[in-house]
Design a binder for this molecule. Structure first.
Ligand code: FES
Length: 60
C-alpha cells in the first residue's frame, strides 16, 4: 500500500527507512522524498513512527 502517492512510496519502504535509522518524517523524506510533495502523507508517516515506538516498548 502506498503511503505517499506523490512519490510512490510504500509503507514497506517507510518501515525500511525507519529500520535503517530514520527517526522522523523529515529523515524519511530525505531518503525517499515521502512528504516532500503535497504533504498529505506526513501525518501517516508520523503515525507509522509512533506505532513502531509503541511496539518497541518493554513492559515495566
Ligand atoms: S502524498 Fe506524500 S507528499 Fe503527497
Amino acid at each position: 500500500m502506498f503511503v505517499c502517492i506523490c512519490k510512490a512510496v510504500t509503507e514497506e519502504e517507510v518501515h525500511q527507512h525507519f529500520d535503517d535509522g530514520a527517526d522522523n518524517a523529515d529523515a524519511v523524506g530525505e531518503r525517499c522524498g515521502a512528504g516532500l510533495g503535497c504533504g498529505t502523507c506526513v501525518e501517516r508517516l508520523n503515525e507509522i513512527l509512533c506505532s513502531r515506538s509503541l511496539g518497541s516498548r518493554t513492559a515495566a
